[in-house]
Write a protein that binds this ligand. Sequence first.
Ligand SMILES: Cc1ncc(COP(=O)(O)O)c(C=O)c1O
Length: 431
Amino acid sequence: MKTFKEHESQVRSYVRSFPAIFDKAKGSILCDEQDNEYIDFFAGAGTLNYGHNNPLVSKALIEYIKNDGIVHGLDKATKAKKLFLEKFYETILQPRHMEYKIQFTGPTGTNAVESALKLVRMVKGRSNVIAFTNAFHGLTMGSMAVTANSFYRDEAFINRSNVSFVPFDGYLGEEVNTAEYLRTFLEDQSSGVDLPAAIILECIQAEGGINVASDKWLQDIEQICRDFDILLVVDDIQVGNGRTGTFFSFESSGINPDVITLSKSIGGGLPLSMVLLKGELDQWKPGEHTGTFRGNNLAFVASRELLSYWENDNLSEAVQNKSQLVENRLMEISEKFTSLESEVRGKGLINGLKIPYRGFCSDVSEEAFSRGLLIELAGAEDDVLKLLPPLTTENEILEDGLQIIEDSIEAVQEKREAMIEGLNNDSANNK
Ligand SMILES: Cc1ncc(COP(=O)(O)O)c(C=O)c1O
């Protein structure tokens, strides 16, 4: 790790949580320089839904490069982009009767969010946007302004204005309908909340702690948008691309967003971000929003291959089955360690175990890493273990990973109990 400490900025983060030098990966397994294997329940924060080095992708990329395919093309027309656009329309949009224009933005998720925010403000001629408690939309200025966690929102960064935060589904407890709460604010000319251009939301707040919005709540928010002439932006960057069992995370609710942001797994591990916008919102002037890396031809090639997973229901069904397996095991674990008062959360293959004891999840993640599992934390207090395996993970590997979680919780609990006992003994001896 010396090289990284010496040369890389302090801002580095995952290298701290997972201190190994990774060298190779296949499917749901990572290998470090010493050939130690790790089960990956992190999947590049949702970028590797189809696994590391998916054979379809590797084969197509090698072929494309061997044939001197275009690698960089600004936003010029390329064959790779044409084939991607056709495939995305045929496999994703058309079967769902969805009519959207596609805007390619800069390569990372936050670029798509920035573009979406700029677009909705331009179209509606209003600056305010409504975002939700615990939201995470990226860390450039505009996206950070709709991101809730104070860790990222240093006052010195200035640009956090023109956003009203309101409570997400469940934020005020099960008995409070926060959609009604929002409606009251919008109806009241004296609430202090300006009529927004848009409401931006994640159907499942991933970074925010695996907070799953109910279909009913999503439908209520959509109705509010229609009643008040507000655009609805769904940020599907982390929980789209099949994570919940359907391609888009909102499909079970039947809502019809005006704008959708997509990134992470859409590029099959390569950087690619896009905004889907309703035709009538496509009011950009040519070249009004540009960027050098809009659309990535290698990612188009990768993505086109992976979109074939959506030609039938096999992946969706597999995700539902695996989801059941993970949920059942997490329930078992939760029931085994009753004193931890843990809570199981999730939908599809994004699952969480909330353990409301300071530092406990972080200790479990560290312990799990030493036993060969990568698992990340979520929630403002890092109090949720976040399970985000590739959707293609074999059941045996899922079971092995879940076993490591159970064993790690047990080990952390034992260490903590031993520590408390030690402290008690010390204080008894000092009396
Ligand atoms: C919902 C959501 N939106 C936006 C982003 C930002 O994406 P990126 O980190 O690629 O800029 C993320 C990243 O985790 C995300 O989860």
